[in-house]
Design a protein around this ligand. Sequence first.
Ligand code: GUN
Ligand code: ZN
Length: 428
Amino acid sequence: MTKHLLIGQTLSYSGNPFSSAWEEVSHHSSRGAVLIDGDTIAAVGEADDLRCAHPDVPVTDYGDALITAGFVDAHMHYPQTGIIASWGKQLIDWLNTYTFPEESRFHDLAYAEEVAGRTLDLALAHGTTTLTSFCTIHPESVDAFFGAATARGMAVVAGKTCMDRNAPDTLRDTAQSAYDDSKRLLEKWHGVGRNTYAITPRFSPTSTPEQLEALGALWAKHPDCLMQTHLSEQLPEIEWVKSLFPECRDYLDTYERFGLLGKGGLYGHAIHLTEREIARLSEVGASVVHCPTSNTFIGSGLFDLMGLAQSTIRIGLATDTGGGSNFSMLRTMATAYEIAQLRGVAVHPSQLMWLATEGSASALHMSGQIGHLGIGAKADITVIDLASTPVITQRSARANDIWDALFPTIMMGDDRAIRDVWVAGRAV
Ligand code: GUN
Ligand code: ZN
């Protein structure tokens, strides 16, 4: 196996800085090192110690740059890459005006492959080593995405988006075809290489009860798969769900009734939750995914990060591109910080970095495998330049600890701050 030693500042975690004191579970070294053995992290420690112990191993010295786990984006839509930053609409109009016409193109395998490759390369350029993506209703879009991720050695989560109502003719499947296609695709891709399949009803307004029931039955037969969908993103959406499912207690109940509430469930947005919904998500240990740049861009609302972090709900962080307006998890952390400020709390940089790596990995039930700078994790690593632009450089120059040095990059950084990315032990 090929070994390689990366030297620089290092940041790693031994626990959750929302439930423990961040000072105790965040570990920084100003001259640290990471030993890669093949595709895995074999050691994290002080540079001098690891160099002495492994004198013949090739070294890349990143100087003052910060070596962290690669970012994990826990919710996005690769077919929307081409329409990112489209002007002037809120959720339902935005879907009908921009999203559905673009998604209709993904029956074309060549187009899907081109966009999948472009999206994964953009993610890597922004320091993101894992994407969790919705595809379109077309099985070709799923093959294209898993194929492109496999070619790059990336761990990804994805699934065929299922919709059998309230969508254009070109974007509707049926309860039966959604079941059959999803089953065939999960048998083809789930657990193959670094691929994880997520059964993917888009959201309850675009699925009939029959389709939700069919997908719930499929999940019951394949409980090791994840399940991803959207939940309580915008108030008009919630009213629409009420009118479509008058018998349900709330939005979450439209999933729960059909077997689509469970520990492996990933519920995107989850902004306007009722007490019952929070209690049920906590009880089952489900994951919600915070998509801050999307929530401000589409005008959805202010996610209660600090409130939900007190529960047993797992919380991931995500770009939600193209509803989200940026590929950068730095920009995503910045907006999470700003939304929390609007709710009256300041999220610490150690908590933001944890969310973008360990938190998202935990939401995907992949703790210790990805998003983790520690022994045994896959060597998916991002190296961050803490002085990537003149304005960041002049601010971080006054910093007297790592958090004060890192925070300007979280708030003002973008792909220019990404010095290097390693995927499964290989430099990209
Ligand atoms: N709800 C249902 N579909 C979508 C989508 O594509 N993006 C966002 N942000 N919300 C959704
Ligand atoms: Zn989404």
